[in-house]
Design a protein around this ligand. Structure first.
Ligand code: GTP
Ligand code: MG
Length: 157
């Protein structure tokens, strides 16, 4: 099953938006498979955003992400990576549609409250990196059934 790495950034945590953000992914029908509040160290933040190394805003981005605790999450579902990015909205919140997280809750690119992986490969890679750092934050064992992901939702009896 496809999985994506979602991270509530420090501004989202400080503004008390964690519940709101989780709620939007839950209501959409994705399955939460891992969650942890943690302080992202500088080297992990640099690794996470390594594709942006060299951009003029990179140092500011690393300062932002490491400025306070973040909530890291793994979510799974069919097409979850692209769909989660739609739920999140455009990078610049002023361009993000109303109804998206950034469109409703943010105004600045440098304070856009949440991250979502941009491809299934990066989803797996990012979850792997954070998991290794945290000695796993994924829910293991027998797991649980999420009826939103199942056609059993349609069985009415
Ligand atoms: P993420 O989900 O966080 O990866 O955002 P994204 O995929 O929508 O955008 P991208 O990966 O291109 O950039 C990563 C993050 O860097 C953005 O979410 C912003 O927080 C930050 N960023 C991108 N462009 C700018 C910029 O021009 N100025 C500033 N200050 N920050 C930027
Ligand atoms: Mg990105």
């Amino acid at each position: 099953v496809e999985e994506t790495y979602i991270m509530v950034k420090p501004d989202g945590v400080q503004r008390g938006l964690v519940g709101e953000i989780i709620s939007r992914f839950e209501k959409k029908g994705f399955k939460l498979t891992g969650l942890k509040l943690f302080q992202c160290p500088k080297d992990l933040a640099e690794e996470h955003y390594k594709d942006l190394k060299g951009k003029s805003f990179f140092p500011k981005l690393i300062d932002y992400i490491t400025s306070g605790p973040v909530v890291c999450m793994a979510w799974e579902g069919i097409g979850v990576v692209a769909s989660a990015r739609k739920v999140i909205g455009a990078t610049n919140p002023l361009n993000a549609e109303p109804g998206t997280i950034r469109g409703d809750l943010a105004v600045q690119t440098g304070r856009n409250v949440v991250h979502g992986s941009d491809s299934p490969e990066n989803g797996k890679r990012e979850i792997g990196k954070i998991s290794a750092f945290l000695f796993s934050f994924l829910f293991s064992g027998i797991g649980y059934k999420n009826f939103c992901l199942s056609e059993e939702l349609m069985i009415l009896k």
